[in-house]
Structures are given as C-alpha cells and as structure tokens.
Design a protein around this ligand. Structure first.
Ligand code: 6LW
Length: 525
C-alpha cells in the first residue's frame, strides 16, 4: 500500500496555485498568462490526484489578451467558496497598459462561470477571506515605496460587497512584509483559534522566493510580523536540492483535520528550468504561533507522506499523456491557444481524420492570435510527435511543431518550401526576437512524422517521411535555451502545432493526423 506521493502534484507551468475545499472536494486554480482559455480549474478528492474540470475564462469576452506578452495576462487567481457560491479573483496584468483585477462567480466549479466583473483594485495577487459573520474581505498587494525602507510593496484590504460585487468601505494597509526592501505578494488570510493569520510570498518568484507571515487579532489589522518568517523557503539550499524557488502558498484543511499547503516551485537542472513553476503539496500543522510548514522535513520534498484521506492510493501523475487523434468535437482541456480563441482556423476535420489548421497570416512571433495550439511540457524527459500532411505553396508558408516559451523565444520544426518551390523541412530557433535557421532537409513526401525529444541535455528535432523507416535528425538545441532563465518571463515551455503564411494572403491548410506526448524513461533513445 502506498504511503508516499511524488511531488509536484501538478507538473508543468501551473504557477500561483490557490485551493479551497467544499465537503470532500478540493478545487485548485492557477495562473494562465496570455494563454486561452484562462485559469484552469482542477478537482481532487485526495490532494494528490488532480483532474481538470474546466477553465474559468473560456469565453472570449471583456478580457482581451491580444497585444500582450505571453507572461502578461492572467495572474495569480484565488478560489474560495462561500454560501453555495464559488468566487475567483484574479488580475489581468498588462505591464504596458495597467492592470485590471476582476471577480468571477459560479454555482458549480465545472462552470459556467460568470463574465468577469472588474474591481476597482490597485495591484496584483488578489485574495478573498470570509469572516465568521459572512463578510468578505478582499486583499491584494500593490506598489508602495516607504521612506522607512519597508516595501517596495504592501498588502492592503477592502471589504467586498457580495451583493454588488464591488469594493466598499475604507482601505486598510495590512502589512509591508517581513523583509525590508523585498516584494510582499500573494496574500492569503486564515482565521485560527480566534487569530487572523496572513501569509504572503516575499523575495520575488525566483531563487529568493519564500512564504512569510503576520498575525492580528482584528481582521483589518494592523498585522505584526511572525518573527519565524520565512516559514518556508529553499533559498538557502544548494545546487543538489531538487526543488527551488518555493513560495506563493495557500492552505487548506482536509475533512479529517489535516492541513496542507499548495505552493509553487521549480525543478532546475544546473541552474535552469524549462517546465515553469509547478504545484507542490506540503504538510502543515498549526502551532500557537501560526502555521508550521513541513514540520518534519522543514521543506518541500519530492517524496512526501500521503495525506491521510489519500492513504493507500498509489501516486498519480496528473500529467496528460498519450496520443490524441482529434476525433472529439472539442479539443481536450490540456490545449491552449495564444491570447484568444483560434476559432474555425483549428478544427476537427470533416472526414474525422484528424485536425485541420488553416494557415494564418500571424506568425508565432506576433502578439495577436496565431494559428497555434499547444500544451504544457510536463516532464524533462519527453517526446512529442505528430503526423502532419502539408505542402507549402510559397516559401512564406510554414506549418509544423513549436517548442514555445514566448513570441520572441521559441524553436520550430516546419514544413515549408525553398525559393525554387521545393518542399523542405526547416528547424529555426528564435532568440531575443531574431530567428536563425539551424538546419533543413529536403522533403520526399508531404506526409511526415515530426518529433521533438527532450532530456536533461537538449531538445532533438527529428522527422521521418511516411513509408520510410528512417529518422532524420535535424539538430539538438541545448535544454537551457528553452529555460525560463534564458527566455525571461514567468512561464514554462509549451509544445504546439502551428501554421502561418507569415503575413501573406492565401488559403493553405494543414492536416494533423495525431499528436502524441509521452514522458520518456531513461533507457529510451
Ligand atoms: C504573480 C506574482 C508573481 O502574480 O508572479 O513574482 C506573478 N510574483 O505573485 C505571475 O506568476
């Protein structure tokens, strides 16, 4: 009988987790940035196995993501349940145009969710706390420079009028953090034994990330720093530590009285990570001072004891794996597009033979909605393969697979044509906005299987012509190229399919017969 589970419980780019429980059911949401649909909602009964129910933002609407960098967009949602209603608050972060915080509600977390209702709230990382008398307190963090050297951020609070879904009453500044000169973010508030406990993230979401805390006898503060802060961090751990950047936590209790936290963390290899910030599960107990994270080990562990509600169930990996034949009317929930719905440009083929993608003028480097669908890379060692059929009518036309960090940083293995109209497959890397052609091979058939195989060292791009039993290797790009450290921003790698005419008018179409994503075991070559 299993007694432990493996972290992360949600692998791949799912940062800023927030969690709530209703009866025996746990619900979890994460950031989704400029990917569409936004804010995935997961369900679990044991905190270890998670299954995606829906997305909160799955209708195009008032929140336009067009024009945004991939790491802008929907940040740090909080999910709470009160009196039969689910609430999610989150921020549309638009670093060049100002942020927009909003609330959405649902009777059922599987949807439908309401349209987003804007809140007049400054800053990011909103959260909600329902007091014993049913009043709802909205908290968030905002920029604030203090002459004392505190800050540069502060946590603040206003009441949320639940009837009108509007902020009301005075603003209370709650806390400026435990560490002078550090960002205080990701507030969440809990009441335990009559005391209000505020936890936050400090030190930035990279290697100095941490969970800190403060407490007050009155919900509106002032909050006094919990001198044990940081309550959780891996900032002092060396390169042999498998999990880094730990912070941004949210607490939940189980029906049998245990307390757990979900927190983000990364799994770097030689200092860089490609999978993004993932969801880790950590045991918590309450002490007279406040929450104690990982009381036995003092940190987040790859292998942790199972929650008692999960006892006996083997560890599950929440990753979505296997071959997708696109024979359902809708794409699976693991698929995203960029900045909005791709609409009819990506659709199940009428003859049931796969997916058809129309070439769109927008290249992957645009900040519009390219003809792209992608899913998260969830394992360092993986392969992604796809069988596609395409003949380019012009050198500007291309279609294939993308390993995507953001619009300025990605690689593509594409079917296209050379200046003489001869079909070829081309591997291109784009870095800091400049594209470089790394390798090309002539095509001998319009049907191919394209493959990306990743491991600790690099991503190898290969193809095989249909009917041929030989793989052609174009090149290997070192793994660090695809890391967040190299690409910048807050996201991890997506693996996707795309088709573009690079601005040219035309009507080309690609047939995708299937797409397969699999973790690889070490012995596979
Ligand atoms: C998130 C905030 C953060 O809202 O990154 O650095 C933002 N800190 O807590 C995006 O994940």
């Amino acid at each position: 009988m299993a007694t432990t589970f493996r972290n992360p419980v949600l692998p791949g780019c799912y940062p800023d987790p927030s969690i709530c429980r209703v009866g025996e059911d746990f619900y979890l949401v994460t950031s989704s940035f400029a990917y569409y649909p936004g804010i995935p909602v997961f369900h679990s009964r044991d905190l270890v196995h998670w299954h995606q129910l829906t997305h909160v933002l799955n209708r195009p609407g008032r929140l336009s993501l067009e024009g945004l960098d991939v790491s802008d967009g929907v940040w740090a949602p909080t999910i709470r349940h009160h009196d039969g209603t689910f609430y999610v608050v989150s921020t549309l972060a638009r670093r060049r145009r100002g942020d927009l915080t909003f609330v959405v509600t649902a009777d059922d977390p599987a949807g439908p969710w309401s349209d987003p209702i804007p809140l007049e709230a400054e800053g990011i990382d909103p959260s909600l706390f329902f007091d014993d008398d049913g009043r709802c307190w909205f908290t968030a963090c905002r920029d604030a420079a203090h002459p004392s050297g505190d800050g540069p951020g502060e946590l603040w609070m206003r009441e949320l009028d639940l009837e009108r879904l509007e902020l009301a009453g005075p603003t209370h500044v709650l806390w400026r953090g435990a560490v002078r000169g550090a960002w205080v973010e990701a507030p969440h508030l809990y009441k335990h034994d009559g005391v209000y406990h505020l936890i936050a993230a400090e030190g930035g979401t990279e290697s100095n990330h941490s969970v800190t805390a403060a407490r007050s006898d009155v919900v509106t503060g002032p909050y006094l720093t919990d001198q044990r802060s940081p309550l959780l961090t891996h900032r002092h751990r060396g390169p042999d530590e498998p999990i880094h950047n730990v912070g941004h936590a949210d607490l939940v209790d189980t029906p049998d009285g245990e307390v757990w936290a979900v927190t983000l963390g990364v799994r770097p290899i030689e200092g860089t990570h490609t999978l993004g910030r993932e969801v880790f599960l950590v045991p918590v107990t309450w002490s007279a001072h406040g929450p104690v994270f990982a009381p036995e080990s003092g940190g987040v562990r790859m292998s942790e004891r199972l929650p008692s509600i999960a006892s006996g169930r083997p560890n599950g990996d929440t990753a979505v794996t296997g071959r997708v034949r696109f024979d359902e009317p809708a794409l699976g929930l693991e698929w995203n597009s960029l900045r909005g719905p791709v609409g009819d440009r990506v659709r199940p083929s009428a003859d049931g033979g796969g997916l058809d993608i129309d070439l769109a003028p927008e290249p992957l480097s645009s900040t519009g909605v390219p003809a792209f669908i992608g899913r998260r890379q969830q394992h360092v060692r993986f392969h992604a393969r796809t069988r596609i059929g395409f003949t380019a009518a012009h050198p500007a036309e291309e279609a294939g697979v993308a390993v995507f960090q953001n619009q300025d940083h990605y690689a593509t293995l594409a079917l296209t044509a050379d200046g003489g109209g001869r079909a070829q497959a081309v591997l291109t890397a784009r870095e800091a906005g400049t594209s470089t052609r790394l390798a090309s091979v002539p095509m001998t058939a319009s049907e191919v299987v394209l493959a990306v195989e990743g491991d600790e060292a690099g991503y190898t791009f290969r193809l095989t012509h249909l009917g041929a039993d030989q793989w052609i290797t174009l090149a290997t790009i070192e793994r660090a190229f695809f890391s967040t450290e190299c690409a910048g921003g807050f996201v991890g790698v997506y693996l996707g399919l795309y088709a573009t005419s690079n601005g040219r008018a035309g009507g080309g179409r690609v047939r995708v017969h299937w797409f397969e994503y699999q973790p690889r075991v070490r012995s596979e070559t």
